[in-house]
Design a protein around this ligand. Structure first.
Ligand code: SAM
Length: 912
């Protein structure tokens, strides 16, 4: 250090634990508890001015502002105890004292004092609390009080020279963009500057804490971050909001912090760019600043998309990760690899952006299903086998009690052996994970122990619809077998690894392994991703140590895979896992999701004239073991080759094919009216009655079944509805069913509807389909007159995660719609599915209820064709269709979905 500021200022080369200790004693001597500064009589600004003028304080702040807080030497100096580590955490904050709000600065000072003198810290914290509570001075940067043009001359004389020093020698300390990251680099150039060689590096700091009861208002973990800012903007997983939303709100309310909660659905299927976009739009609308840590609350999906949104927002915005699942709590939460799926690939978009603070609290595990707990344990086992033998011992000891007690949270006493063991397991797993991840933040090399189990599993995880943890467990078991065959671990240790997984109900095998193609495809893809090396992490030497397998031929893979499956058959359940599939724990089958994703890629590649190899190329750039889709044909590239053929010949072939098809069809009387020469001039003739239609159904046999098979599978909630309808002996065909349900859901999604009116609930299928397609704060009002049907619907809504978006009104819809229109209610979509003879009445009220541009849909509209001549509904539906057709306030299309859906768009502002 080259500057002396006053004769009394001591400049320390190194800030140590002892330095903090002597600061505490010196401060107590200079400002004893009896000082007037600690009394309420003195205004906050005066108290602060006095505090900063104390010689001990300004020499302390000078030293910490110049301290090298990010070096490994500094870490070593503070590594001997938890208290010392907490001091390092305070030091990292105090380094930026000029830029800290006074409230936060005083808080950090009282945390330091608390390590050495609790009584004195208590007195000091009263001052800190007063400052924090002061709207003006609590949020004011220390530099405003000490070096700004209107600061007192005395304080300026003390603090300005050091600020000037920092401006020259350590710009981060005086004008930081973020207090959580620094960068440095050097540039060398030729004399004429035509050749430049440069090196750049970034240093990021973060804190990870395994904590308890973080949402108890007395916990300071979150309030320490947000109190100085005055507010907390949080992005919250919708499911978590249902479970803990009130507690979260209460926490911030009690701590007098404005809480702005943004809620998003975070199922695996939501992990796409649209969710990230929504978060970005919302952050902007809340005017979140680039220095304001966003609170991200949820499991793995939320950690990925929330973290990614923060990485994109202002190019880089800090965030605090509150982990609520095991996977986020020890893996995705602190992970720097934020991402979302896209173009049919998992994790194809992303950024390296770790949280500034990760909090893992086991209390949240209470609401996890056993199947989710089991799947989370796989990620812990991976760290135990490759990084930490002591963690492995803990897992062996705890066994299935981890699942039974939800990691020491249920069916056991606080402080019991399993409670402590669980805490230790989570902490050690986290430690192992961040040690292997943070040393290789940008994945600049492929020696990554935490990828154990992830080399072959991407080949079958999605195809088999497996939960990630079960797929990884199979990958780990097989990897351990290869390690044993290599002579890297003993047979005993190989079986210990299998046993620890089997004991908690994880899978050691699955039928899909009978075909090794997908594993081989995955191996090829991984090798490509890992820079041409297989580099498969497997245990080597002992449990707790990692080695890397770099060669495995196709023949050997087949042979060893077959042997492995024989061996694991001797394990309980013949090696199969408990509830291994996503569908077993109520999650959407990812293979369905994947199928749609593949279609998207294919469509994209055709319409862009690109090959699917283009999309493959994107996947190659991915950086996450979870990211390769298990699609054998894409991975093998054979499909790619088809698509890269000469474009012209493809078009010629297509034209020839279509000409033949046209001829065939035109030869068939029934279809020639709609296809071919008459296509552009369909008759617009109207008839007083519905035209004769020879068939009693709209479609040939098999058409609807095929449409159903090729549409996204409905969620489990609809199975519940079907079962309950059946149990209640209600007429099941009343329900809109799978294909139309999926259509309604999509209409809600693509229109971004936030309010939908569903007339004719029956047992709730259409209402729930709409609800599924709407965002968290969407509302479906559904009307049903029949008490029995309404009761079934109500119970189904109560069992669905989307049921909270639905309000069921049990009444006669005819008068209800009039009353709603009179009350000025507005909807984005109105769906008619009640008494068909009253469709015209609902239509008129519906137009009043729709916002401009809104959509009205009338179900069963094509039934005018198939109902018998003596059925009054036949004529009534026909007249309704005629009425709409003649209405110039709307435009419409009759869709041949199920029994016909007449879709009507309101084009003008409709007067009542
Ligand atoms: C075809 S079902 C509706 C099916 C439902 N949309 C679904 O997807 O499951 C028609 C429902 O409308 C109800 N309904 C008929 N007339 C009604 C009225 N005037 N007011 C309210 N509900 C009525 C019937 O009780 C019946 O449950």
């Amino acid at each position: 250090m080259h500057i002396s500021l006053s004769s009394t200022t001591k400049v320390h080369d190194e800030v140590t634990v002892d330095y903090f200790k002597s600061f505490t004693h010196e401060l107590k001597a200079a400002l004893p508890s009896s000082s007037s500064i600690f009394t309420e009589a003195i205004p906050v600004n005066k108290a602060l001015e006095q505090l900063f003028a104390v010689d001990v304080v300004y020499s302390f702040l000078l030293n910490v502002s110049r301290a090298d807080v990010f070096s490994s030497e500094a870490a070593v100096r503070f590594s001997h105890s938890k208290e010392a580590l907490n001091l390092l955490r305070s030091l990292k904050l105090l380094k930026y004292c000029y830029n800290l709000p006074c409230g936060q600065l005083c808080n950090a000072l009282s945390s330091v004092l608390a390590v050495f003198d609790r009584d004195y810290a208590c007195v000091f914290s009263l001052l800190a609390t007063r400052v924090l509570a002061d709207r003006k001075y609590g949020a004011l940067f220390m530099k405003k009080l000490t070096i700004a043009s209107d600061a007192s001359a005395m304080l300026k004389a003390l603090y300005k020279p050091n600020a000037d020093y920092l401006l020259e020698h350590d710009q981060h300390a005086i004008f930081p963009t973020s207090i959580y990251r620094q960068c440095a680099g050097h540039v060398t150039s030729s004399q004429d500057s035509c050749l430049i060689e440069a090196v750049m590096g970034t240093t990021i700091t973060t804190t990870i804490e395994i904590c308890r009861d973080v949402l108890n208002p007395s916990s300071k973990l979150l309030s320490d971050v947000y109190k100085p800012l005055g507010r907390c903007v949080a992005v919250v997983d919708e499911r978590l909001d249902g479970l803990y939303g009130k507690k979260l709100t209460h926490y911030f309310l009690e701590n007098d912090i404005t809480f702005e909660k943004l809620v998003y659905r975070c199922m695996e299927v939501d992990k796409d760019i649209s969710t990230v976009e929504k978060i970005l739009v919302d952050l902007k609308s809340r005017r979140v600043s680039r220095n304001e840590p966003v609170l991200v609350v949820g499991g793995g999906v939320m950690a990925d998309v929330g973290g990614f949104a923060c990485a994109l927002y202002h190019r880089n915005t800090p965030y605090v990760m509150l982990c609520t699942s095991i996977v986020s709590g020890i893996d995705a939460g602190p992970s720097p690899r934020t991402c979302c799926d896209g173009l049919g690939y998992k994790n194809v978009f992303g950024a390296y952006h770790p949280p500034i603070l990760t909090l893992t609290d086991r209390q949240f595990f209470r609401t996890l299903e056993p199947g989710w707990i089991r799947h989370g344990i796989a990620e812990i086992i991976k760290m135990a086998v490759t990084k930490d033998a002591s963690l492995f011992h803990c897992l062996e000891k705890a066994g299935n009690r981890l699942v039974q007690t939800k990691f020491g949270i249920e069916n056991c006493e606080p402080g019991s052996e399993i409670d402590q063991l669980s805490e230790s397991i989570i902490a050690k797993a986290m430690d192992g994970y961040v040690r292997s991840e943070y040393g290789n933040l940008w994945e600049t090399h492929q020696c990554r122990p935490h990828a154990y189990g992830h080399t072959w599993s991407p080949g079958f995880e999605l195809q088999a619809g497996l939960l990630h943890g079960h797929a990884v467990a199979i990958g780990m078991g097989y990897g351990a077998y290869l390690s044993f065959l290599e002579g890297w671990i003993s047979e005993l240790d190989f079986h210990r690894i299998l046993r620890v997984m089997s004991n908690v109900g994880l899978s050691l095998r699955h039928e899909i392994l009978q075909n090794s193609d997908s594993l081989w495809a995955s191996q090829l893809k991984m090798t490509e991703k890992r820079g041409g090396n297989l580099c498969a992490p497997i245990p080597r030497g002992n449990i707790g140590i990692c080695g890397y397998l770099n060669e495995l031929s196709r023949e050997r893979l087949e042979e060893t895979l077959a042997d492995y499956q024989e061996i694991v058959k001797s394990y309980p359940r013949e090696g199969f896992g408990i509830e291994p599939h996503c569908r077993d724990v109520g999650l959407e089958d990812p293979s369905t999701v994947k199928q749609h994703a593949d279609n998207a890629v294919l469509r994209g590649s055709i319409s862009n004239g690109h090959t699917s190899g283009h999309a493959n190329g994107l996947a190659n750039g991915c950086s996450n073991e979870h990211d390769v889709l298990s699609n054998g044909h894409l991975a093998n590239g054979d499909h790619t080759n088809d698509m890269t053929k000469d474009n012209t010949s493809d078009i010629e072939l297509y034209n020839k094919w279509i000409a033949e098809k046209q001829q065939d069809r035109n030869a068939d009387e029934h279809t020639s009216s709609a296809i071919g020469s008459k296509f552009t001039s369909i008759s617009r003739e109207d008839t007083p009655h519905p035209p004769e239609f020879e068939q009693s159904t709209l479609f040939h046999n098999g058409a609807e079944e095929y449409a159903c098979a090729m549409s996204s599978a409905p969620s489990h909630d609809f199975e519940v509805i079907a079962e309950e309808t059946d149990k209640a002996n209600l007429f099941a065909p009343c329900m809109v069913g799978a294909v139309e349900g999926q259509f309604l859901k999509m209409m809600a999604q693509v229109s971004g509807a936030s309010r939908i009116l569903d007339i004719g609930t029956f047992t709730g299928y259409s209402a729930l389909a709409f609800a599924e397609g709407m965002c968290a704060d969407g509302r479906v009002i559904t009307i049903e007159a029949d008490a029995k049907a309404a009761a079934v619907a109500r119970s189904c809504f109560a069992r669905s995660k989307n049921g909270n978006k639905i309000t069921l009104v049990e009444t006669d819809a005819r008068s209800a719609v009039v009353a709603m229109a009179e009350a000025g209610e507005k909807f984005d979509i109105v769906f008619l599915d009640a008494d068909k003879t009253n469709y015209r009445h609902y239509y008129e009220a519906g137009l009043k209820l729709l916002r401009d541009g809104g959509i009205l849909m009338a179900d069963n509209a094509l039934c005018a064709l198939v109902y018998g001549n003596d059925d009054p509904v036949r004529q009534s539906l026909h007249e309704f269709a005629q009425y709409v057709r003649a209405d110039n306030r709307t435009e419409q299309v009759m869709l041949t979905i199920r029994e016909g859906v007449l879709v009507v768009r309101k084009v003008n502002n409709v007067q009542s």
